[in-house]
Ligand binder design. Structure first.
Ligand code: T1G
Length: 709
């Protein structure tokens, strides 16, 4: 429907428009107000177009300032929730073209994040003023996209093709000082209000000069077309190594490589690449994970009260120290409790070592390190942690030990304190039974290294109170973690699905594969690390203990792989003692070890297997379909709330490739019927482990998807 002036006035001057135009003297103030992050929805795009048209037609307006309200974001980009739906006019390129054509000075006042389309509309202005806490970036590449509204053409014109390639294909955000340094911003003000004030002054000055607006599109990059294309080509070759299998980074490089072309031609080239990415399965998968990681938090009712002011951590091992660092990083005081002075000193030193490493690599300053360390204190007895609001237990994976710790915590900690276990798979209900405050007991399963991994499985015991879960989920967000709710079942979500994945990898060794073949096949699929390299990292002894416990009551007729036990009996504990599935001559680089192959062949012989090398596809099918079959059971049992939660767990905690959207999203792209046929085949060939999950059978029959469960 074509716009007419009355419609424009209606949209821009209604009482709560997503875009408002107000006159201040002879300057028009265009304000975007689309909480929570001022995403460029269709209504915002329409509002911008109308506000620009009104400001253009109003002779009393001699210049305009573009800003937004809300503070968190200037504009966080296109409205991601619109992706995949039929496009709604006006498109963002149309809006940006109208900004470019605006005949009066147009100055952006930026506070909060200017990302993606938000940075693109800022670059389409003739001048940019930022508050000092503003942040900038083109994160589209993390969604499987490229900037699609001129960003790949304007950015190189301001900061050169080399820097532009890093920013666009890297997808990292950066601050106002850096933006000023590289020429994206013309001035930095103390805060949002000062940025608007400064922008006004600039707009008036530019209007008084009566010169044609300085359009970024009118600039030229200093490199020639051939040189720009060569720089982009060289950068693309690096991207193929750094980000294998990803389409969007390469398209970013190709689009920016065209910035030496005439502007209109470069924009057309960019648009074609943008639409190619928009249609890609990788974009669908990456956007799925963007929302899955945010929607997981909606499993928890928003907490009211119960603020967590101080946290104690029991156990200063690698995990406990990492958890303490998470807390200090978020500005929370953390008390580390250990059994004796020596153990406490070791635990505190582990936390200090994390900060020392960050300081040496320039990620934090000496003063920031001291500030964080001041938040970490030690206690040698329970009396020292009695006043904490939350206590996170991170002692070794031994149920009797955990029960003793929880019973003592229950006696010594203040009423109302929440007691959480970092257990990776032990029963929360059983642990809670050792206390008289079962409603206040839950699982907080961090992933190693705790100070880096974003995933936090929050485990609901059968008597855990909803408020306990909500308070923990709120803390999770405060310490930068993504909370995913898990039912109290062995292995919760992550380790429950990881067990069959690792089991099948091990059976494949006995059938004819080597650790390197299996790891390589899974890395080629996109896993951050192969299963055997991962097991060497987490420790052969840990893997063995979990398996002994999980299979304690396994019916005798279930086949059991033997290689893990043989490695353990041979004293090979993994990277930590120099040998596991691989050897580690330098302590960290895995090297194939003939001794491992000898143990594997021994296992094959004991089982009477004639070894045959499997193909990469067979390796992937066995490992992944076992995982997905278990995921179907976890969904049916309600251990996971929905398939997207499983995807969030696997991408954030287990290195599953985000470009495939997580195991259940990927399974939906393969198809339940196909997977069921393969599972049935493996059931015939490999025995009871492969009994098809009822939900998988239902979906196959109904041509349904896990996403619909
Ligand atoms: N569109 C729609 N919703 C968005 C959104 C967006 N761009 N960004 C955030 N949200 C929602 C999010 O789902 C959540 O919703 C709420 O806002 C708070 O987000 C055309 C093609 C801005 C740094 O990739 O990085 O522009 O869960 O929990 O931790 O060329 O949000 O409350 O219902 O993340 O304070 C490029 C994505 C898009 C930025 C704020 N832009 N967003 O972080 O809050 S493509 C991005 C973020 C594009 C152009 C191209 C972060 C944030 P709910 P949050 P936060």
């Amino acid at each position: 429907m074509p716009y007419n002036i009355s419609m424009r006035r209606a949209i821009v001057r209604s009482d709560s428009p997503p875009v408002r135009l107000r006159k201040r003297g002879d300057v028009g103030l265009v304000t975007i107000a689309n909480p929570p992050v001022n995403a460029l929805s269709a209504a915002v795009r329409r509002g911008l177009l109308n506000a620009l048209a009104l400001a253009e037609e109003d002779a009393k307006i001699r210049a305009a300032v573009l800003t937004s309200s809300g503070g968190k974001a200037f504009v966080a980009g296109a409205d991601i929730s619109e992706f995949g739906s039929p496009p709604v006019a006006p498109s963002l390129p149309e809006v940006v073209a109208a900004m470019d054509a605006f005949s009066k000075p147009l100055v952006a006042a930026i506070d909060g994040v200017a990302m993606g389309g938000g940075l693109e509309i800022a670059l389409a202005c003739h001048c940019r003023v930022a508050s000092k806490n503003a942040r900038f970036g083109f994160p589209e590449v993390n969604l499987g996209l490229i900037p699609g509204a001129g960003g790949t053409q304007r950015l190189p014109r301001l900061c050169g093709i080399g820097r532009a390639l890093e920013i666009i294909a890297g997808g990292q955000s950066f601050g106002a000082a850096r933006a000023m340094e590289i020429g994206i911003v013309d001035e930095v003000a103390a805060n949002g209000a000062a940025a608007v004030k400064t922008a006004f002054a600039r707009a008036k000055r530019l209007a008084a000069e009566k010169k044609p607006p300085r359009r970024v599109s009118g600039l030229r990059i200093k490199e020639s077309a051939a040189s720009a294309a060569r720089i982009a080509e060289e950068y693309s070759e690096r991207l193929k190594k750094q980000k294998p299998g990803l389409l969007a980074p390469l398209c970013c490089a190709r689009a920016a490589g065209g910035a030496a072309l005439p502007f209109a031609e470069g924009v057309r080239h960019e648009r074609a690449l943008f639409l190619q990415c928009m249609r890609s399965q990788q974009r669908k998968a990456l956007v799925h994970i963007f929302f899955a990681s945010r929607n997981a938090a909606k499993a928890f009712v928003p907490a009211k009260g119960g603020e967590i002011v101080s946290v104690a951590v029991v156990g200063g091992g690698t995990m406990g120290a990492g958890i303490v660092v998470c807390l200090a990083d978020a500005g929370l005081p953390a008390i580390l409790l250990e059994a004796d002075a020596d153990a406490l000193a070791k635990g505190l030193n582990r936390a200090r070592a994390v900060y020392e490493h960050r300081r040496q690599s320039g990620r934090i300053s000496e003063s920031e390190m001291r500030q964080r360390l001041r938040l970490i204190t030690g206690a040698k007895d329970y009396g020292g942690i009695g006043g904490a609001d939350l206590i996170i237990e991170a002692v070794p994976e031994n149920m009797d030990l955990k029960k003793r710790v929880f019973a003592e915590l229950d006696r010594r900690c203040k009423p109302g304190a929440i007691l959480a276990s970092n257990t990776s798979s032990l029963g929360i209900g059983e642990i809670a039974a050792a206390t008289k405050r079962r409603g206040l007991v839950a699982g907080m399963h961090f992933f190693a290294p705790a100070q880096r991994m974003k995933l936090l499985e929050i485990v609901r015991g059968k008597e855990t109170a909803p408020k306990t879960l909500s308070v923990i989920a709120r803390l999770a967000k405060q310490i930068g973690k993504t909370p995913v709710l898990a039912g109290d079942s062995p292995g919760f979500i992550g380790n429950r699905l990881y067990a069959p994945y690792g089991r099948e990898a091990e059976f494949l060794l006995e059938e004819g594969a080597t650790p390197a073949q299996v790891d390589s096949a899974m890395r080629d699929f996109g896993m951050a690390m192969g299963p055997f390299r991962a097991r060497d990292l987490s420790g052969i002894d840990n893997g063995r203990n979990i398996r002994l416990r999980d299979w304690a009551n396994l019916p005798a007729h279930y086949p059991r792989p033997r290689v893990l036990e043989k490695l353990f009996q041979a004293g090979r504990l993994g990277q930590k003692n120099g040998a596991g599935y691989y050897r580690y001559p330098d302590g960290k680089t895995p090297v194939n070890d003939p001794k491992t192959l000898a143990l594997i062949k021994q296992a094959s012989a004991e089982r009477g297997i004639h070894r045959q090398k499997p193909s990469a596809r067979q390796i992937r099918e066995r490992c992944l379909y076992a995982l997905i079959n278990e995921g179907a059971k976890v969904l049916s049992e309600g251990v996971a709330r929905c398939a997207a939660d499983i995807d969030a767990v696997y991408v954030l905690g287990y290195g599953f490739p985000a470009r495939r959207g997580g195991p259940m999203f990927w399974a939906d792209s393969v198809g339940a019927a196909f997977i069921l046929e393969r599972v049935k085949q493996f059931h015939k060939e490999c025995g009871e482990w492969w009994k098809p999950a009822p939900l998988l059978q239902q979906l196959a029959k109904a041509n349904g998807k896990f996403a619909e469960v």
